[in-house]
Design a protein around this ligand. Structure first.
Ligand SMILES: *[C@@H]1O[C@H](CO)[C@@H](O)[C@H](O)[C@H]1NC(C)=O
Length: 198
């Protein structure tokens, strides 16, 4: 009941914003404008990267529109670790720098599709596939990622597996990854940072 009420309210809100844009007497719509994506994210962290999202949480007018964007910054050597978006395909565009990027297809092939992208190159990432980017150039890199959802969601693989709270049992991990429990404990006690906090 509460959820459907909220959803209805959100839907009508977005529809009236859209109407007022088309009628355009207002000429300006709150919730459809987001400034500042020219500013680099702070990459001073162990992964050397930072995602700045502009999803429906940051830009309410995206609600029901089915699109969103994020800016990804990379220090030299910086990485956006293997992750997947359950609700969206992605297009990554390199604006500066050189990125080694890849994604892995599903079972049974698990085929790695990878490329080194330079400025101006675009990569499409199918919905749900596990993908990663690493800066292999000498300078910083910046790559906007656009999504076919206003809230694509993100699952960072290492965090989900070894940073799960409460932890997944040693026995499950030991069998799944064919490693001993000592290594499981080591991985589980590591710090799995989140650079894409959305
Ligand atoms: C970037 O992040 C680091 C680590 O959290 C912090 O020490 C530093 O002050 C930040 N730099 C800027 C410009 O915000």
């Amino acid at each position: 009941m509460l959820i459907s009420t909220l959803l209805l309210r959100a839907l009508s809100c977005s529809a009236c914003q859209w109407k007022s844009l088309q009628g355009s007497k207002v000429g300006y719509c709150k919730g459809l404008f987001f400034p500042g994506l020219d500013k680099p994210g702070n990459t001073s962290n162990p992964l050397g990267s930072k995602v700045t999202p502009v999803f429906v949480m940051q830009l309410s007018g995206l609600n029901t529109l089915g699109v969103s964007i994020a800016r990804i910054d990379f220090a030299p050597g910086g990485q956006n670790p293997p992750n997947t978006h359950p609700r969206a395909a992605e297009i990554l565009t390199v604006l500066e720098g050189t990125l080694y990027v890849g994604f892995v297809t599903s079972n049974p092939d698990n085929r790695l599709i990878s490329r080194t992208l330079k400025k101006g190159d675009v990569l499409a990432i199918p919905q749900g596939f596990i993908h990663f980017q690493q800066n292999v150039g000498y300078g910083n890199a910046v790559a906007p990622a656009t999504f076919g959802s206003q809230i694509p969601g993100v699952i960072t693989i290492a965090n989900a597996m070894f940073g799960a709270n409460p932890p997944i049992s040693d026995a499950v991990h030991a069998k799944a990854f064919q490693i001993d429990k000592k290594l499981v404990d080591k991985l589980q006690s590591s710090f799995w940072m989140i650079i894409n906090n959305f």
